[in-house]
Design a protein around this ligand. Structure first.
Ligand code: NAD
Ligand code: WQD
Length: 337
């Protein structure tokens, strides 16, 4: 298939592009580089051994989006593009609603006009609101911050479109906590600012860019008092997209919701200690107050995904830490190294 990958220069998009090319798809990337760097493209071409056409524009620009669809015959779209920082979304809600919603409107409008009927959409466990432990896909959706609401709203928009046009095939993929990096150590997660997420923060402590990890709360109702999350290796996540795309070719359902997680929970301290094993030394940390908005436990029920996609995660927490460390130690300043 010829696949348009929006946000293909970003963290998850870049890892997915490699796997799409590996199974024989033609990939075209659109990205405005608002949260990624063009440097990643040369690395992707080296890893895939292929030329990757890249269009650098903002998907909110409908004329450019329309022009791209008119000049290429896409079979499917994988839509990663969007802003994703929870805290920033509370500070700048309009920017989040506008960027995330308008880019989706623009893409889906162009899909309709050019008879492209398959879309894989990056949703998130955040749509389970405060009820994220053992979440099954039929759980009611809600959100606790503007970023989360953009995902709930985009899912609703896609459901309504699919209701009106039953020929459409949409995959709403609800990711839990993506971490890790490509085995080569040449691509990985590269936050432009102070990392909000646990894994890149630990990695930056390990490489000496941050003094110590603050563990946000050790008095939760969990075995060691720190929060439990369902971490998924970005390579397993990328494979989930390939599987979802294939499943859209055989399903009779217009809207397909699949959790992408391991189904297992890991605490903050367990993750820190796993990273210490990967690095081979202890890492400095302190116990800090709880972070506003955190839930104690978040992990997926992946039985529907396992059954319907024939997919399950392969990589362990130790793989996630070893691969993140390889990327971070080979690229201490990320893509600016
Ligand atoms: P990322 O920021 O690394 O990648 C997103 C890419 O989209 C970036 O390259 C950015 O430049 C691009 N982009 C943003 N707005 C754009 C626009 N209007 N036009 C064109 N390009 C635009 O993020 P990621 O971690 O790879 O996440 C990908 C998707 O997965 C996002 O939609 C995110 O909300 C979702 N998601 C991520 C996580 C996570 O923890 N990383 C978890 C759940 C869901
Ligand atoms: C994990 C755990 C923190 C940093 C977020 C979004 C979610 C989804 C994935 C997009 C929590 C603790 C963290 C630190 C810490 N993204 N922590 N010290 O909050 O589960 O999910 O990313 O859809 O919507 O909310 O991930 O990595 O930020 O936190 O102790 O410096 O690590 O309190 O318990 P989270 P996270």
């Amino acid at each position: 298939m010829k696949i348009l990958v929006s946000g293909g220069a970003g963290y998850i998009g870049s890892h997915t592009v490699i796997q799409l090319v590996a199974v024989g798809h033609d990939v075209v990337i659109v990205d405005n580089f608002s949260n990624s760097r063009p440097t990643v493209l040369g690395r992707l071409e080296a890893l895939t051994g292929t030329h990757l056409p890249v269009h650098a524009f903002d998907l909110r620009d409908y004329d450019k989006t329309e022009h791209l669809f008119a000049s290429e015959n896409f079979d499917a779209v994988i839509h990663f593009a969007g802003h994703k920082a929870v805290g920033e979304s509370v500070e700048q809600p309009l920017e989040y609603y506008e960027n995330n919603l308008v880019s989706t409107f623009s893409l889906v409008r162009a899909m309709q006009r050019h008879d492209v009927d398959k879309l894989v959409f990056s949703s998130s466990a955040t749509v389970y609101g405060t009820d994220q432990a053992g979440a099954t896909e039929d759980r009611p959706t809600s959100a606790t911050n503007p970023y989360g609401w953009t995902k709930v709203m985009q899912e609703q928009v896609l459901r309504d479109i699919a209701h009106a046009e039953p020929r459409m095939r949409f995959a709403l993929l609800r990711y839990f906590n993506p971490v890790g990096a490509h085995l080569s150590g040449t691509i990985g997660e590269d936050p432009s600012d102070t990392p909000n997420n646990l894994m890149p923060f630990i990695a930056q402590v390990a490489v000496g860019r941050r003094e110590k990890l603050s563990v946000y709360g050790d008095d939760y109702d969990t075995p060691d008092g720190t929060c439990i999350r369902d971490y998924i290796h970005v390579e397993d996540l990328a494979a989930g997209h390939v599987a979802a795309l294939e499943a859209l070719g055989r399903t009779d359902e217009a809207v397909n919701v699949w959790n992408l997680g391991s189904g297992r929970g890991t605490s903050v301290l367990e993750m820190l200690h796993a990273f210490e094993r990967a690095v081979g030394r202890e890492l400095p940390y302190e116990i800090a107050p709880r972070r506003a908005g955190d839930v104690a436990s978040s992990y997926a029920d992946v039985s529907k995904t396992n059954r319907e996609l024939g997919w399950s995660t392969q990589k362990s927490i130790d793989d996630m830490c070893a691969d993140t460390w390889r990327w971070q130690s080979q690229n201490p300043q990320g893509y600016s190294s």
